[in-house]
Every structure is written in C-alpha cells, then in structure tokens.
Design a protein around this ligand. Structure first.
Ligand SMILES: O=c1ccn([C@@H]2O[C@H](COP(=O)(O)O)[C@@H](O)[C@H]2O)c(=O)[nH]1
Length: 230
C-alpha cells in the first residue's frame, strides 16, 4: 500500500491554510515548510495534529551539530511524523540530529540534492565532478550511515537509492507534476505514476494541488495515479 501524497502547504498564513483545507473532508499528509512555520510557529502544527493530519515539518536544518541537536530536541516535542536536515551538513550533523529526536518517533530524512538543481548547475556551482545520481546516492549512503530513515531526492534517483540503501529506506520525492504540467522552478520532475514505477516511498506535491482551481479534484487525480487506481 502506498502512502498518501504529501501536500506542500506553501502558504503565507494560517488563514490561507484553513481556506485550502476546508475543501477536504479526509485526514491528509501535510508538509509545513519554512514560510508557514516562520509565520505561524508550533501552534499551527498542534492544530493540524488535532485535526488528525500527518505532518512532515520541512525545515531543512543545516548548521553545526550542537545547534542542530538542540533544535531537534525542540522539534521532538511537536509530535510531527517527519522532519529533515540537509545531508550536506555532514555525518556528524546528521548523527546529532538523530540524537536530538531520540525517543520521539519522528522520522528523520535528509535532503540530498534539491529537485530544483540540475546536474550542470550542481557541477558548476558546487564544484562536484560526479554525476548528479552519484552525488545523490553518496548522500543517501551517508544518511543511512548516520542512522536516518531516508532521504529527499527526485524520482530519477529513487531506484538507485533503493538498490544502495535498501527498500525500507524512505525515498521522499518532490518535483511531482501531472503529465504536460508547468515545471516552475523545478529541474528534476516526474509524474505520480513515474514515482510509483521508480520506487518512491512518498511523493510531495505543492502547486499542482494548492494552485489548482479544484484542489480536491487535483488531489484525487494525483492520488489515483500514484496509488495505481487510474
Ligand atoms: O529537493 C526538494 C526538497 C523540498 N522541496 C519542497 O517540496 C515542495 C514542492 O512544491 P511544488 O510546488 O510541487 O514544486 C516545496 O514545498 C519545496 O520546498 C522540493 O521541491 N525539492
């Protein structure tokens, strides 16, 4: 059975979130990112939790190990289902993040290479001579070594990560677009059915649902394709 699509709540305020969620009747898997969390803080997370939604807190921590461990101790108290760090922060930082979450039940995943990054951009701007897939798999192995539950990657690397890190290692994939949709700022996009075929364990979908004229209909369509019902 596949997980529910994770809806990226990239909204500026709680009011916008309430208006968006009023369209839905069932419990959802929601992603709270930086824009919303910096505006509304932990209270919004508690509210979404009370309504029975699963929550991925997408804050992408990246700092020295001591700072990240302390921040994760606070995040552990929020009771979210999933949180993340940047794998580029290194092994010691990821291990510290995991220590900070100890006893919480919150899954910890690491961003490998952002889905808005192309191979050419990565090689030129980060001075990495490896291929993008090699870089992503390298970070996935580092995250596994640190004891993390999985990574954020694009659908295009999901299969290779499954081979390198095992099938139970989470491959959470943003950059999801229905066929022939606009890619916006994303470089490594794929459809929900591609994600299913390539072994993503979760898909993250923002604008294709939140900016749709009919969010419930778009969600149902994407969920159907992802779960193999259409
Ligand atoms: O590599 C990454 C990591 C995180 N994201 C986040 O996912 C959503 C995608 O939104 P769309 O509107 O579907 O493009 C967004 O919140 C990003 O911050 C990502 O896209 N890529």
């Amino acid at each position: 059975m596949t997980s529910k699509p994770i809806i990226a709540l990239d909204f500026p305020s709680k009011l916008d979130v309430e208006e968006f969620l009023s369209e839905f009747t069932e419990p959802l898997f929601l992603k709270v990112g930086m824009e919303l969390f910096y505006q509304e803080g932990p209270e919004l997370v508690h509210t979404l939790n009370r309504y029975g939604h699963d929550i991925f807190l997408d804050l992408k921590l990246h700092d020295i190990p001591n700072t990240v461990e302390a921040a994760m101790r606070r995040i552990a108290e929020l009771g979210v289902d999933m949180v993340n760090v940047h794998a580029a922060g290194g092994l010691a930082m990821m291990e510290a993040a995991k220590r900070g979450l100890a006893g919480s039940g919150t899954k910890l995943i690491a961003v490998t290479q952002l889905t808005s990054t192309s191979e050419e951009q990565m090689q030129q701007e980060q001075l990495i001579s490896a291929s993008l897939e090699q870089s992503v798999v390298h970070y996935a192995k580092l995250a596994k070594q640190a004891g993390l539950d999985g990574v954020v990657c694009s659908v295009h690397e999901a299969k290779a990560i499954g081979v390198a890190c095992g099938d139970d290692f989470l491959r959470v994939t943003p950059g999801i677009r229905p066929a022939a949709s606009e890619s916006h700022d994303q470089k490594r996009i794929a459809t929900p059915s591609d994600a299913k075929a390539q072994g993503s364990t979760h898909i993250v979908v923002g604008r294709a649902i939140t900016r749709s004229e009919n969010p419930q209909k778009s969600y149902d369509y994407i969920n159907g394709e992802w779960s193999g019902r259409s």
